[in-house]
Design a protein around this ligand. Sequence first.
Ligand SMILES: NC(=O)c1ccc[n+]([C@@H]2O[C@H](COP(=O)([O-])OP(=O)(O)OC[C@H]3O[C@@H](n4cnc5c(N)ncnc54)[C@H](O)[C@@H]3O)[C@@H](O)[C@H]2O)c1
Ligand SMILES: O=C(O)[C@H](O)COP(=O)(O)O
Length: 387
Amino acid sequence: MYKVALFNKIPKESQNMLSENKYILVNEQISEVDGIVMRSMDIHDMKFSRQLKAIARSGAGTNNIPVERCAEEGIVVFNSPGANANAVCELTFLGLLISSRKIVDSINWTKNLKQDVAVTVEKGKSQFVGPEIKGKTLGVIGLGNVGHLVANLGVKLGMEVIGYDPYISVKNALSLSWDVQYSDSLDELYKRADYITIHVPLNDETRNYIHKDNIKLMKDGVKLLNFARDGLVNDNDILEALESGKVSYFVSDLPNERLVGAKNVVCIPHLGGSTPEAENNCAEMAVSQLTEYLEHGNIRNSVNFPECTMDRYPNTKRIVVLNKNIPNMISTLTSVLAKYNINIIGMVNKSQGNFACNIIDVNGEFTEEQVREMEDFPGILRVMLIN
Ligand SMILES: NC(=O)c1ccc[n+]([C@@H]2O[C@H](COP(=O)([O-])OP(=O)(O)OC[C@H]3O[C@@H](n4cnc5c(N)ncnc54)[C@H](O)[C@@H]3O)[C@@H](O)[C@H]2O)c1
Ligand SMILES: O=C(O)[C@H](O)COP(=O)(O)O
């Protein structure tokens, strides 16, 4: 039996994928579990037990998980790329319209009208006039699963769209509309855009991505949207720019104490991925990746280990080895197998960055003691035996 802990709310349908005859589900337990399924809870300070083999993030962002430390501890971290992208894209366009048409202010104003409503509305509505988005220029930073959808929808709505992403994947590049102007100059995007939306992960390279120096380059009255992560836009600098009018509106799906209630800021309570469709897609993907790894050792959509899969050879035992990407690892593994006269039937080895994965199907008896012996070699992070 595998023990899996559920952190955050995970849809019942996905929980049911963890069948009762193989899985025990527990809530928010960290000790003695084989896997965790989670959303945005911050687990940087958690200590993981040796039993923990995998964490499945139901969602895109993994900045709430100590991904590198997990790799060092032989814990595979998965996410669900693209599974909530449409939900975020739709909400981003709501944000775009909110920033343009003063919708939130106007709704709040209307809510307080007590009498002569129709007359007051007609007299007062001119204070909420805002431009159409058709024909305006939208700058999209990050053309990943969300950003490329946003760029394409901008084109469909008649906007001129400039996209920037120095690391764009082939898949997303191929899905990008021909009408999106791909730019390798952020400065050009800042100078031309009437609306700027950011869709990049939060990491050491992207923290404070938008700050006073690049805000200076932007058009006066530009509208800024952040549906990605708190920390990408420098709070001090955006609040100053809003005060001066350089930025006319900021819509953020990632509120913090500085932003809530600030002038010309609209905060949404992190609802980007909060649709039933996105929640189900993400959880289904997360759970199936977790079970595929625990039961078959196959790794798909991991953020700290390479993609590594192999069809199971019949009548074999499977050994899954996670190791550092350093010389002599394969000879170390095969020397242990040779010592016990174990025959390799099939094997795959994949590496990415500092880490690597091996799946080895063998016949002959391979025991838990031999697993521990393999695990004792420097550079080997975890060995898992699957019968
Ligand atoms: N508001 C929400 O509920 C919500 C939902 C989904 C994702 N997100 C956040 O949005 C981010 C993007 O989501 P996604 O699904 O598109 O992820 P993704 O990984 O598919 O796309 C991220 C893109 O950013 C690009 N990128 C990385 N560094 C960059 C840089 N320095 N400059 C420009 N581009 C850069 C990558 O090449 C990639 O194409 C996620 O990391 C997550 O933090 C928020
Ligand atoms: O990174 C994500 O997928 C989003 O921020 C959604 O996070 P959530 O699962 O907590 O809604």
